[in-house]
Design a protein around this ligand. Structure first.
Ligand code: UD1
Ligand code: PEP
Length: 421
């Protein structure tokens, strides 16, 4: 099993190119199921989750390949589907495989999708996906660990989800584009990845209004087509935020390229509050930091507020900051798995329900720690960059799920980090 060995204490200098967003790439790869023509996605990141999604799609009969001449392009051809079943063995490693449910049901009238496996950050039910599809006329039973769904043709409906759900909104959006009549999604997620998916669907001939707001209106069409141009997946705002936190913690002067500051308002505000200097252009962010940051309190919430996917990385920053801070997690009930590992590095953190109270200290000390989920892993890498001595982050397959060559990118800006077995 791969590990990362980090020798802390180096400041970071140079440039990093940000990859396409994981959370936009996964639904957009699944959107190819809606289309009977070959289509191309560009800026597709190299991640384990993307490989897993491609495996699921190939299992369904989609021809899905990276272009040899342009490796960030993936060509997907779902003209001939051989099965409508996504089996447990493929689905268990990745929550987002639930995103084949809406497209399969909408285009083929049936789907059998294994319930995605449990995850370290919370129970993560998919009841809202099911409830929404039922409101559109689908017959759904959950049996033997599978969601079995049927509908001759889905019908437009007004759907209000109990909470804001990102993949729930995406699944229902992809189902509604081929439904008969109008669907209104109330309480829809406003995350940029949802908007990027809607933009792709519009380029495929879908009729959608209101993406990026809490009410998305979809007028179903009979058929979609391939977009005229390869669709460019938006920059990964969480990868961007992770590198910003790494520089804020380790110090240095780094410019992030091919990214978007306008998707990161809440994160950039918190970094400025911490004393980090930020300059932003249309597709770049320059970050400069020296000395210890100020500890900053935060509360996770739906976009455009502070993202839960950045909570662990800010916790690592707070560990070496000046002062005491409070980090409150409101989205997932079990997303403090990094706390015990950060404590192994010497951090002073006490957890009280959904809030972690972090007392910043001058220095962490390197140790062997275990990655428990994707963003927890990123927080341990950030902590390792500033810890005295050597930190070994074990079980980094979690990190590979969602970061495109993270250690290579960090090495490129001066970090002492290597992958070992
Ligand atoms: C692939 C992808 O895009 N993953 C992101 C997506 O996950 P994901 O889409 O799984 O997260 P949701 O937005 O659905 O979850 C929000 C909350 O709603 C609950 N819920 C959700 C659906 C449902 O049917 N029933 C239910 O109870 C969840 O347990 C959670 O407490 O949004 C999360 C919240 O921003 C991010 O952390 C993940 O990185
Ligand atoms: C929780 C995350 O992803 P997923 O929903 O794919 O598990 C994440 O990206 O931090």
């Amino acid at each position: 099993m791969d590990k990362l060995v980090i020798r802390g204490g180096r400041t970071l200098q140079g440039e990093v190119t940000i990859s396409g967003a994981k959370n936009a790439a996964l639904p957009e790869l699944c959107a190819a199921l809606l289309c009977p023509e070959a289509m191309t996605l560009a800026n597709v990141p190299r991640l384990q989750d993307v490989s897993t999604t491609l495996k699921v799609l190939r299992h369904l009969g989609v021809k899905a390949d990276r272009s040899e001449s342009q490796p960030d392009h993936v060509v997907l051809d779902a003209s001939e589907i051989t099965t409508r079943e996504a089996p447990y063995d493929l689905v268990k490693t990745m929550r987002a495989s639930i995103l084949v449910l809406g497209p399969l049901l909408a285009r083929f009238g049936e789907a059998r999708v294994s319930l995605p496996g449990g995850c370290a950050i919370g129970s993560r039910p998919v009841d809202q996906h099911i409830k929404g599809l039922q409101a559109m006329g689908a017959q759904i039973v959950v049996e033997h660990g599978y969601i079995v769904a049927r509908a001759e043709r889905l019908k437009g409906a007004r759907i209000t989800t109990d909470m804001v759900t990102v993949t729930g909104t995406e699944n229902l959006l992809m189902a509604a584009v081929l439904a008969d009549g109008e669907t209104v999604l109330e309480n829809a997620a406003q995350e940029p990845e949802v908007t990027d998916l809607a933009d792709l669907l519009v380029a495929m001939g879908a009729r959608i209004e209101g993406q990026g707001t809490h009410r998305i209106r979809i007028h179903g069409v009979d058929r979609l087509h391939a977009p005229a141009q390869p669709h460019q997946i938006i920059a990964d705002r969480i990868e961007t935020g992770t590198f910003l936190c790494a520089v804020a913690a380790a110090g240095g002067d780094v410019t992030l390229r091919r990214t978007r500051a306008d998707h990161l308002d809440a994160v950039l505000d918190k970094l400025r509050e911490a004393g980090v200097q930020l300059d932003c252009g249309p597709d770049w962010i320059r970050v400069r930091a020296s000395g210890r940051p100020r500890g900053i309190s935060l509360r996770t919430s739906e976009y455009p507020a502070f993202p839960t996917d950045m909570q662990a990385q800010f916790m690592a920053l707070n560990c070496i900051a000046q002062g005491t801070s409070r980090v409150t997690e409101t989205i997932f009930e079990n997303r403090f798995m990094h706390v015990n590992e950060l404590v192994r590095l010497g951090a002073h953190i006490a957890v009280d329900g959904h809030t972690a109270i972090v007392e910043g200290i001058e220095r962490l000390s390197g140790a062997t720690v275990m990655a428990t989920d994707l963003r927890a892993s990123a927080s341990l890498v950030i902590a390792g960059l500033v810890a005295e001595g050597e930190t070994c982050v074990d079980r980094i397959y979690h990190l590979d799920r969602g970061y495109d060559r993270m250690e290579e990118k960090l090495r490129g800006i001066g970090a002492d980090i290597e992958r070992t077995r």
